[in-house]
Design a protein around this ligand. Structure first.
Ligand code: TMP
Ligand code: ASP
Length: 237
């Protein structure tokens, strides 16, 4: 597989074309950002850790029957992925109250949400990823009703798989964000699943083990991501 030109650089990843138009290379950089790009930093080993973390989770999801864009690891910080047409909608599931839910609704951080909640956000940093709903998505053409139904079903199916996986490893999957795209008319899970796009707490101590460590300046960001990986049996060297 030949890597060709950089097509797009996001806040933490870059996308390259390859000699196969149906495949892209996703490069996980050491850049990190929070608050829609307001706070940024470079964290040593981050690209490698998130690339390998994502590969392991995407493989588990594929094994559970969830279609993902992940094809193969191609280097420490690069993965080969399907060339999806991404939809500009972020799908968020919450098992516990945290983050923007606590700020918006004044509920207590850590409150168990049963059943888990499902929210849609528009992917737009300049607007700070505003919350939207299916009606807005359909009217503005961000996704069709059928696509949105499939995205919700898949996002909740991911919760079944991953909540149990983290639970068995002594962690709570508090919430997470997924992004989907279209490939051959099918809805496929894209982007990444790493501690950058979810919240993970230690089950006993409630220690934050995700990007909140960076957002809140708690330190040991990548060391903690590696600890999450180690508990899940993911190796990084
Ligand atoms: P929130 O509490 O800020 O709404 O975020 C909920 C979860 O989704 C949290 O794990 C962070 C993740 N998320 C992102 O990673 N990027 C985003 O743009 C959004 C809206 C959420
Ligand atoms: N809104 C998300 C966060 O605060 C994503 C980002 O801004 O990079 O982490």
């Amino acid at each position: 597989m030949e890597k060709r030109k950089e097509l797009y650089a996001g806040k933490a990843k870059s996308i390259y074309t390859t000699d196969d138009p149906s495949k892209m290379i996703m490069l996980f950089r050491d850049d990190t950002s929070a608050f829609d790009g307001e706070k940024t930093a470079q964290l040593n080993r981050k690209g490698m850790v998130n690339n390998k973390f994502n590969a392991a989770i995407m493989t588990k999801l594929a094994d559970a029957g969830i279609p993902t864009h992940f094809e193969a690891l191609v280097s420490d910080n690069e993965s080969l992925v399907k060339n999806l047409a991404m939809l500009p909608v972020e799908c968020v599931v919450r098992n516990r109250a945290a983050g923007s839910l606590v700020r918006r609704l004044g509920v207590k951080e850590g409150e168990t949400l049963n059943p888990p909640t499902y929210e849609l956000f528009l992917k737009d940093d300049a607007l700070h990823d505003p919350m939207v709903n299916t009606s807005l998505c359909v009217s503005f053409g961000w996704a069709t009703e059928v696509q949105l139904e499939k995205m919700e079903a898949l996002t909740l199916q991911v919760n079944e798989v991953l909540f149990a996986l983290f639970d068995a490893a002594g962690m709570v999957l508090v919430d997470y964000k997924l992004e989907f795209g279209v490939f051959n008319d099918q809805i496929i899970l894209g982007d990444e699943f790493s501690p950058d796009g979810c919240r993970i707490w230690d089950k006993e101590t409630n220690k934050k083990m995700d990007k909140d460590r960076f957002r809140q300046g708690l330190g040991s960001v990548i060391e903690t991501y590696e600890e999450v990986g180690a508990r899940l049996g993911i190796t990084f060297d």
